[in-house]
Design a protein around this ligand. Structure first.
Ligand SMILES: NC(=O)c1ccc[n+]([C@@H]2O[C@H](COP(=O)([O-])OP(=O)(O)OC[C@H]3O[C@@H](n4cnc5c(N)ncnc54)[C@H](O)[C@@H]3O)[C@@H](O)[C@H]2O)c1
Length: 253
C-alpha cells in the first residue's frame, strides 16, 4: 500500500464494475478512504469487499446519479462517514444505443442524458459546495473519445459525452481560483461489461474495436484508473479543464 492519497476521501460513482471499480480500488490502495456508489448494490458491495480484503478502507452508498435527492443524500452521507470530500470521480454512465440517429427513440435519449449528463451535473452541483468550504478539491468526470468526435450509431451517447466535457471545462474555469480542479478522462474502448455487452450483440464489434486502436488492443479499466489518479494527485496541480484521451492512440489517427 502506498500513501499518495493518505488523509484524502474519494467518491467514485459507477463503482460497482468496470472503470469505476478499478479506480475505487486504486484510490484505496494508495491510501484514500473511499465511498463506492452505484445503483448496483451487489456489485458495489463486492468492490468494497475487495478493497477491504486488500487492506483498504471503503464504504458502499447506493445512489442513482440521475436523482437529485439521492445525489444530495450521497454527498451528505459521504461527508458524515469520512468527515470530508477531497476527490470525486463522476463515472457512472450508460451506453445503450445501437441505431442511427433517425431510428432512435425518446426513452433511450432520456435514459442516456439522465445518467450521463444530468448525473454528472448533479454530482458536481452537490460536491462543489463541500469542496469550496474545505478550500479545494479535485473532480474527474468520465467522458469518452465519443465526446471528442463522431460516434456512428451512438449519436445520443456521443452528445452526452460532449456535454460532459462542456460541464467539465465550464466548472474548471468557474472554480479555478477556489482550488477546485475539474478534468475529464476520455477512454476509447475499454474491456469492461459495457464493451462485452455490445460485442455479444454484434461479434464484428470486438474486431473493429481492436482495429481502431493503433496499439492493437483494447484498453484495461486499470489504465483509466491510473490516469484518474494522476489527474486527482498533486502532480496535476496545474492541470484543470482538460479532456484527456486515454485511448491507445485512436484520436491521433
Ligand atoms: N467501456 C468503454 O469502452 C468506455 C469507453 C469510454 C467511456 N466509457 C465510460 O466509462 C464509464 C464507466 O463505464 P464502464 O465501461 O466501466 O461500464 P460498466 O457498465 O462496467 O459500469 C458502469 C457502472 O455505472 C453504473 N450505473 C449506470 N447507471 C447508473 C446510475 N443512474 N446511477 C449510478 N450508477 C449507475 C452501473 O451499474 C455500472 O456499475 C461510463 O461513463 C462510460 O460511458 C466507457
Amino acid at each position: 500500500m502506498t500513501t499518495r492519497f493518505s488523509g484524502k476521501v474519494a467518491l467514485v460513482t459507477g463503482g460497482a464494475a468496470g472503470i469505476g471499480a478499478a479506480t475505487a480500488k486504486a484510490f484505496a490502495l494508495e491510501g484514500a478512504r473511499v465511498v463506492v456508489s452505484d445503483i448496483d448494490v451487489q456489485g458495489g458491495e463486492g468492490t468494497v469487499a475487495a478493497i477491504a480484503a486488500a487492506g483498504g478502507e471503503a464504504v458502499f452508498i447506493p445512489c442513482d446519479v440521475s436523482d437529485n435527492d439521492a445525489v444530495s443524500a450521497l454527498i451528505e452521507r459521504s461527508v458524515a462517514t469520512w468527515g470530508r470530500l477531497d476527490i470525486a470521480f463522476n463515472n457512472a454512465g450508460v451506453d445503450i444505443e445501437k441505431s442511427k440517429l433517425a431510428d432512435g427513440d425518446v426513452e433511450t435519449y432520456d435514459r442516456i442524458m439522465d445518467t450521463n449528463v444530468r448525473g454528472v451535473w448533479l454530482c458536481m452541483k452537490h460536491q462543489i459546495p463541500v469542496m469550496l468550504e474545505q478550500g479545494g478539491g479535485a473532480i474527474v468526470n468520465t467522458a469518452s473519445v465519443a465526446g471528442l468526435g463522431a460516434a456512428p450509431k451512438m449519436s445520443i451517447y456521443s452528445a452526452s459525452k460532449h456535454a460532459v466535457i462542456g460541464l467539465t471545462r465550464s466548472a474548471a474555469v468557474e472554480y479555478a481560483k477556489k482550488g477546485i480542479r475539474v478534468n475529464a478522462v476520455c477512454p476509447a474502448v475499454i474491456d469492461t461489461d459495457m464493451f462485452r455487452r455490445a460485442a455479444a450483440a454484434d461479434p464484428r464489434k470486438a474486431e473493429m474495436a481492436v482495429a481502431m486502436h493503433p496499439v492493437g488492443r483494447l484498453g484495461q479499466a486499470e489504465e483509466i484508473a491510473e490516469a484518474v489518479l494522476y489527474l486527482c494527485s498533486d502532480m496535476a496541480g496545474f492541470t484543470t479543464g482538460v479532456a484527456l484521451p486515454v485511448d491507445g492512440g485512436s484520436t491521433a489517427v
